[in-house]
Design a protein around this ligand. Structure first.
Ligand code: 9PG
Length: 441
């Protein structure tokens, strides 16, 4: 790491704003006295953070800002080529100064503006440099995850499909989340709760709504057929072992090598099948896996491997709408229509183990606010779905957040679980016009 800035500050009022690596990584501002959010359980590190350890101080992935707190301008330190390389940026307080270090090329900008506006101005310049057009407006969605989780059944989807019509809710896309598939990696084979994968999507489109599907296209679970039959498609460490992509669903996870011709054909097979079934919305999740460091078939950087993987999917899905989740933020610029900018919402306000990268309203709100500047510039922001059923703690606050920071708006309650307030609020949040931007530059 080399020093890239030394900023005189008022230690009582100064704030450092960190931006994390991927959708679920904590992103927010801190006073110098605060301890930044870090993982609590080591098994959540790979799935939520990039750094292997955090030395004392502040740590942003490709983006960090310092507000000196004395009225002097804000300093933004940002990746010089955010779609090619994302340096880690560290900041520590020493003797009336914040010293900023980076391990790769960064741009240091001084802006007489609030931190959100300073970030927005940087984002405007990135958009201009890359020649990006305005993002496509998002459809409204109903998502199965936050009511049924991995236990979703075919009849859960059918029942909610019927209720959408009965209640006349303004939902464009019915998005089936995790649980329809046989295994992580085996996307075209049904789980025991579905007669087939194809059937449910054809029934959705048969009602006149659009069908959406969840995948974790770059993850391969230890129990999957893909793992058993094609270990050569996985990213490896220097010693030849499989690189870990974390642990979830009670099994170890590995990363698909997006540069391997066999893996490319596998992705083609999966996504062209989805396309032939009329699926026009894709939530691609846990995609950080394609950007893990390791040995690949072709010798490309992890970010290059990630971008190739997403570009491949894009090339297979026609003009379907593409939502990134668990996605490295800066490396995704220009690749997705919408982006999850937060960890998962949960009926509980506080995260179970104190780690705000884990499901909670507190963590989802922190990220949704701190990444508001991205909306309308890099993509449409997805702050995660509205959940409005009575058991949701502080549900009025969550609905207020989705209303204020929702670019993509979704509902994820069993519609028969909503009371009058929940139903009215769902209808309202899904019907509101979405602002073009949340932060002006
Ligand atoms: C499906 C879910 C939903 C949800 C996604 C994502 O750290 N973790 O182990 C971890 C697990 C799941 C998770 C996020 C983090 O949720 O955000 O909307 O699609 O997968 O499994």
């Amino acid at each position: 790491m080399r020093i890239v800035a030394e900023i005189p500050v008022d230690p009582r009022c100064a704030r450092v704003h960190e931006q994390g690596w991927q959708s679920w990584s904590p992103s927010t501002g801190y006073s110098l006295a605060q301890a930044p959010h870090r993982w609590v359980a080591p098994e959540h590190r790979i799935g939520n953070y990039r750094a292997e350890s955090f030395p004392a101080g502040f740590w942003g992935e490709g983006l960090l800002a310092v507000d000196p707190g004395d009225g002097a301008p804000v300093t933004v330190v940002a990746a010089a080529s955010p779609t090619e390389a994302v340096p880690s940026i560290k900041a520590t307080y020493v003797d009336q100064r914040v010293v900023v270090y980076a391990d790769g090329p960064v741009e240091v900008r001084v802006e007489a503006a609030s931190v959100p506006r300073a970030f927005a101005r940087w984002a405007d310049d990135v958009v201009k440099a890359l020649g990006l057009g305005a993002p496509r407006p998002a459809p409204t969605i109903w998502c199965s995850w936050y009511q049924y989780f991995t236990e979703v059944t075919e009849s859960d989807v059918d029942r909610n499909l019927a209720l959408l019509d009965a209640l006349d809710l303004p939902v464009d896309v019915v998005q089936v989340d995790d649980g329809y598939q046989a295994e992580i990696g085996d996307w075209l084979a049904p789980s025991g709760r579905f007669a087939s994968v194809r059937g449910v999507f054809e029934r959705i489109t048969g009602t006149g709504r659009r069908a959406g599907v969840w995948t974790a296209p770059f993850l391969v679970g230890r129990r999957s057929r893909v793992f058993a039959e094609h270990p050569e498609w996985l990213v490896r460490a220097g010693d030849g072992s499989f690189v870990s992509a974390g642990r979830n669903w009670n099994q170890p996870l590995y990363a698909l090598d997006t540069t391997h011709p066999g893996a490319v054909e596998h992705l083609r097979e999966v996504f062209t099948a989805f396309r032939s079934w009329g699926i026009s919305f894709h939530k691609i999740d846990f995609v950080y896996a394609a950007a893990l460091p390791g040995r690949r078939y072709e010798d490309v950087s992890p970010i290059e491997a990630y971008r190739r993987g997403v570009e491949l999917i894009r090339s297979f899905i026609g003009d379907a709408y593409l939502l990134g989740c668990g996605a490295p933020q800066l490396p995704s610029i220009g690749l997705v229509d919408a982006m999850r900018v937060s960890p998962d919402i949960s009926p509980e306000y506080e995260p179970g183990n104190g780690d705000v990268a884990q499901p909670s309203q507190r963590g989802a709100v922190l990220n949704g606010v701190s990444r508001a500047f991205q909306h309308g510039r890099f993509w449409v922001n997805d702050p995660d779905c509205l959940i409005a059923r009575p058991e949701v703690e502080r549900r009025e606050e969550w609905a207020g957040h989705v209303s204020a920071y929702g670019g993509l708006r979704g509902s994820s309650d069993g519609l028969d679980r909503l009371d009058a307030w929940g139903l009215d609020t769902t209808r309202r949040v899904l019907s509101e016009p979405v602002p073009e931007r949340f932060v002006e530059s």
